[in-house]
Design a protein around this ligand. Structure first.
Ligand SMILES: N[C@@H](CCC(=O)N[C@@H](CS)C(=O)NCC(=O)O)C(=O)O
Length: 334
């Protein structure tokens, strides 16, 4: 096996989305390398790899580059099937998927991001504010954040209540009643963990331990299980940007190219020039390249690294992504 399983994770430690992946790796005890990124643009290492997608985390396996945690976690489950922590029973698979959809697309993260405290020091940094406005397409001005907070908290209280009064109500340890946390716990816990550990985010009178004892106990249990898993997991290898780029551009592709689904409603053809980009956030940054594969779950583009000039395959999920044909060197064909 290649060193660190051929994996490089591009992230920064306080990203709640990146935690979905670092937690998964620790719980599975998987070896990997990381390349720590600045929390705001520009990200020169990713530019050098030819990746335009702006969100974090991104994970490479050899010369295949996976964007979006939904795709990343699915890929890791598939690549390391022995000891996988995803559900196998159809009901449980559905619950796991619905938890992913609820937290990512169904508004829990979106509302959590609106609940960040207006006193957060970073909000006094105009460069940071501008960067986050580019990412989310809404104002990150302190006054606007303060104005949006009550509504966000009202929505979040409903989300907390749902977990407390349904899935966690019977006192189970983990969401799928497993012995150890499973992927369903990761899919559910991350925005709650983020909020409950962010000073000043949640008013204690509405979101205290006495209001949601089961959620807090679940988070505490998860944190101690994770701590123990980290202590026995292989040490994470840290690569500097140039080392990571050299490693990736000299690696092989780890996935066969794949096919373009002839039944796909978009009617795109293999080899065609396309753009692909997320439409829920980070929408101003589009990857562009030749279409390598298109399935129900993902699109794969061939782009060129700026350093090393090797082709890389960039993988995006389909949900909340848009793919358009483009003319060579030109604009989107509408
Ligand atoms: N759906 C994406 C969302 C990723 C996302 O929004 N990540 C945040 C970090 S927590 C981000 O990229 N923020 C802007 C940035 O760091 O550039 C995923 O599941 O990976």
């Amino acid at each position: 096996m290649a060193p660190h399983n051929d994996i490089v994770l591009f992230h920064y430690s306080f990203s709640p989305y990146a935690k979905r992946v670092t937690w998964y790796m620790a719980l599975r005890g998987l070896e990997y390398a990381q390349c720590v990124q600045p929390p705001a643009l520009p990200r020169e290492d990713l530019n050098a790899l030819g990746v335009k997608y702006r969100r974090i985390p991104i994970l490479s396996i050899g010369r295949d580059i996976y964007c979006d945690t939904r795709l990343i976690l699915r890929k890791l489950e598939e690549k390391f099937p022995s000891g996988a922590i995803g559900a196998s029973d159809p009901d449980q698979k559905a619950l796991q998927k619905l938890l992913e959809t609820w937290t990512i697309d169904g508004g829990v993260f979106h509302r959590a991001a609106q609940a960040i405290p207006p006193e957060m020091p970073l909000l006094n940094d105009p460069k940071w504010v501008k960067d986050r406005e580019d990412y989310m397409g809404r104002s990150w001005g302190k006054e606007d954040i303060a104005r949006g907070r009550p509504e966000a908290l009202a929505h979040l209280r409903e989300a907390f209540e749902l977990l407390e009064s349904t899935l966690l109500a019977d006192g189970r340890q983990w969401i799928l009643k497993t012995k150890q946390p499973s992927l369903a716990d990761i899919e559910a816990i991350w925005p709650f963990h983020w909020l409950c550990t962010m000073e000043g985010a949640l008013p204690p009178s509405l979101f205290g331990k006495e209001n949601f004892p089961k959620i807090y106990a679940w988070i505490d249990r998860f944190s101690s299980t994770l701590k123990a898993a980290r202590n026995s997991a292989p040490k994470v290898v840290t690569l500097k940007g140039p080392e990571a780029i050299q490693y990736i551009t000299q690696a092989e592709f780890t996935e066969p190219s794949g096919e373009v689904d002839a039944q796909d409603p978009l009617g795109l053809k293999k080899g065609q020039d396309v753009e692909s980009w997320p439409i829920d956030s980070g929408f101003n940054h589009r990857d562009r390249g030749q279409l390598v594969a298109l399935t129900r779950q993902k699109v794969v583009l061939k782009a060129q690294a700026k350093i090393g000039h090797k082709d890389v395959h960039i993988h995006h999920p389909r949900t909340n992504f848009r793919i358009r044909a483009v003319s060579k060197g030109g604009n989107s064909k509408l």
